[in-house]
Write a protein that binds this ligand. Sequence first.
Ligand code: PLP
Length: 375
Amino acid sequence: MVIRSVDLRSDTVTRPTDAMREAMASAEVDDDILGYDPTARHLEEEMAKMMGKEAALFVPSGTMGNLICVMVHCDVRGSEVILGDNSHIHVYENGGISTIGGVHPKTIKNEEDGTMDLGAIEAAIRDPKESTFYPYTRLICLENTHANSGGRCLSAEYTDRVGEIAKRHGLKLHIDGARLFNASIALGVPVHRLVEAADSVSVPSSLILTSEKGLGAPVGTVIVGSHTFIEKAKTLRKTLGGGMRQIGVLCAAALVALQENLPKLQFDHKKAKLLAEGLNQMKGIRINVAAVETNMIFMDMEDGSRLTAEKLRKSLTECGILVLPGNSSRIRMVVHHQITISDVHYTLSCLQQAMQMIQEPSLNQTGKTENALSF
Ligand SMILES: *Cc1c(COP(=O)(O)O)cnc(C)c1O
């Protein structure tokens, strides 16, 4: 019997589709470091247009994209960046902005919905003219959707208000939009509207968009900003070893992802909601269905329960369901376009069984009572 596989570890686990592989095979390519790859140009122009910005640049990963953007904005030693204490840049990027970029992070608490308090942002801004003890705040970073809060969306209005603070203080704004398309679909707001506050004239700005998450392309991120910004980013990409030659093969897959998978993103959210609603019926776990705004689900083991995230992950693996523990009592599940509705139902029924087995170990599947001392 072939064990069914339902991979909910992340939305980065998707396999390139047939259409993507065909597009990769027939992509027109040339040397992109010399600036001649036509497919890369096509993807970059497409992304810049969609975001309502002047220019774009393909880079190998979201991590490098964020690093490049922060370093271009903070090109003076002693710069400080304001960002969320639970943001991807701060938590999951090896502290690269400090170790490589020489930039000092000033973290603000991320609220449950992924925002940072506006008053706290403004209060954190520092200027060495006020005191020789201070670094110079130059940049604010937002993340939309906010991954560590479970894929919550930042509204256009919230982003506008952060943009106003940046403008008032002469700061720059960077948006980590690894899953910005998910936010756009969930809020029903065009993607360019969500980044309008990141206006290259009044607020010099940038954003990253990864093609390998919800969109389901195999590799790559695009940075977007003004012409001047992208020129500087291009130099820095080369410095960091991110200059690549015939990248048209990768960009071709990303172009197909935009066409094929972007319209399907709404279904990922529906499937995530379905899964969350099913989980909400089960005993022993806690889940906030209202907080499932996009494609991520966090479920917590109830206090005092026999369940642990690791026990549950192991039992699910036996059914071919892959998930990642968020911590000792939390499981994270991420829905993507290669998860079907039937996968969702299968996951729910396996979970139900696994939880019963863990919570009532004296009952095996046939209902026979085992020696209570044997576990
Ligand atoms: C995945 C992710 C990144 C980094 O992207 P990589 O391509 O994995 O380096 C950055 N920000 C957020 C919010 C992400 O989820």
